[in-house]
Design a protein around this ligand. Structure first.
Ligand SMILES: C[S@@+](CC[C@H](N)C(=O)[O-])C[C@H]1O[C@@H](n2cnc3c(N)ncnc32)[C@H](O)[C@@H]1O
Length: 385
């Protein structure tokens, strides 16, 4: 069958289409429904954001019908033991970002066993070349306190709970529904309820009810590029981390194969979609089903967020979303032969080299969509430069 759930008729990062490994009947049902949506999209000429949102709605419904109820029943007893979600944002006004993410919860799949959850952790990490390495997933963080900022439905919380050896794993998000899903998910992986905590914040209220210098490690994947005030978040990370500790964040990478080659060339110039936008603007307009804010960035942009926040910043390069690196040389050569290419796009594509595992590198760093930065909190005193 031609249709693949992850190859929806729009160029979303495949992380948003995380499914697979589900029972055969469920797979078949999904395929039929998604095929129907694709067919309708072709006939109706709907735009990509509308189609993406509609497909996501159908997928969510399928989840509820096929597995949600069973999963809820299966995890009920385990969840009852887990701590409730702490509301650190009650009364805070909701921004457009809050409202968007409360409505568009990133749904993982339905998990009817701990093994199914483990399989999905493996798929989400090993299915994205260099993700495990750049993020050092999932530890070890033996006996430590770690925090996943923007934890979504808990994919990494589950991994941390299972593999990191952390004494405490904290999930933070603006979406109550995501936190509820995360709680359900994590319940497959923790026996001691004192090992986890869940906190709701708001886009405009990022202060967490945690002591200064109380956290050993912070991870935040695919979150800060959606926030109204990234500097406020990084300032809060700095307050929370112990001296010498680090945060690893992933934000969308403007100089990536996905943005410059797939969106910038294939979508815009080959398929003729969003021709009037730059590759970066075309990506941002469609990322995450049309989230109100979805920046794609370069190291200088992230350094700009650090205004007055004394972290040391290191850019490690970007890991690759599924399919991003396949056939990249052939597509790149085709793009370079096209006179319509913009100057920046041309120089980025011409500068790609073959790196580890045959993956595309740029200036010595992997050029995937998931740009990983290490923010290290300085320990001790330093002379001003
Ligand atoms: C694309 S998902 C990533 C989820 C998870 N980190 C992962 O990698 O699977 C983005 C998540 O960030 C949350 N989010 C968006 N804006 C946020 C903000 N300003 N502060 C905290 N979380 C936010 C959303 O609710 C959503 O769960």
């Amino acid at each position: 069958m031609a249709l693949r759930a992850r190859a929806a008729p729009v160029g979303l990062p495949a992380s948003q289409w995380g499914r697979g490994g589900v029972p055969e009947q469920e797979n078949l049902m999904r395929r039929l429904l998604l095929e129907g949506m694709n067919r309708y999209a072709r006939i109706s000429g709907r735009d990509s954001i509308w189609v993406s949102a509609a497909v996501a709605r159908v997928e969510r419904r399928v989840d509820e019908m096929l597995g949600g109820a069973a999963e809820r029943a299966l995890t009920y007893r385990m969840r009852r033991r887990l701590p409730p979600i702490i509301d650190a944002a009650s009364g805070a006004p909701l921004s457009e970002t809050d409202r968007y993410w409360r409505k568009h919860t990133v749904r993982g799949r339905t998990f009817l066993s701990r093994q199914a959850s483990l399989d999905y952790i493996a798929e989400l990490t090993d299915g994205r070349p260099l993700k495990r390495e750049l993020l050092r997933l999932h530890g070890p963080h033996e006996g430590k306190c770690i925090l996943d900022f923007g934890c979504g439905p808990g994919n990494d919380l589950a991994g941390f709970a299972e593999f990191s050896g952390a004494a405490l794993v904290i999930g933070v998000d603006v979406s109550p529904k995501a936190l509820d899903l995360a709680r359900r998910r994590v319940s497959w992986h923790v026996r001691d309820p004192r090992r986890v905590a869940f906190i709701r914040i708001a886009d405009g209220q990022v202060r967490l009810p945690l002591e200064n210098a109380s956290v050993d490690y912070i991870q935040s994947l695919g979150v800060i590029h959606h926030a109204s005030d990234p500097t406020a978040i990084l300032r809060e990370f700095h307050r929370l981390l112990k001296p010498g500790a680090e945060a690893r964040i992933m934000v969308y990478n403007a100089d990536s194969v996905h943005v410059q080659l797939e969106v910038g060339y294939i979508w815009r110039l080959v398929n003729g979609a969003m021709k009037d936008k730059s590759p970066e603007a075309a990506f941002s307009a469609t990322a995450d089903l049309g989230a109100p804010i979805a920046h794609c960035l370069r190291p200088a942009d992230v350094a700009g967020w650090l205004e007055g926040v004394p972290f040391d910043l290191e850019y490690l390069g970007g890991f690759f979303v599924p399919g991003e690196a396949s056939g990249w040389q052939e597509k790149r050569d085709r793009a370079l032969a096209d006179s319509r290419l913009g100057d920046h796009q041309r120089s980025f594509l011409a500068g790609l080299e073959i790196g580890a595992q045959g993956l595309p590198y740029h200036r010595g760093k992997p050029a995937g969509l998931g740009a990983v930065y290490v923010l290290s909190k300085r320990s001790g005193w330093r002379l001003a430069p």
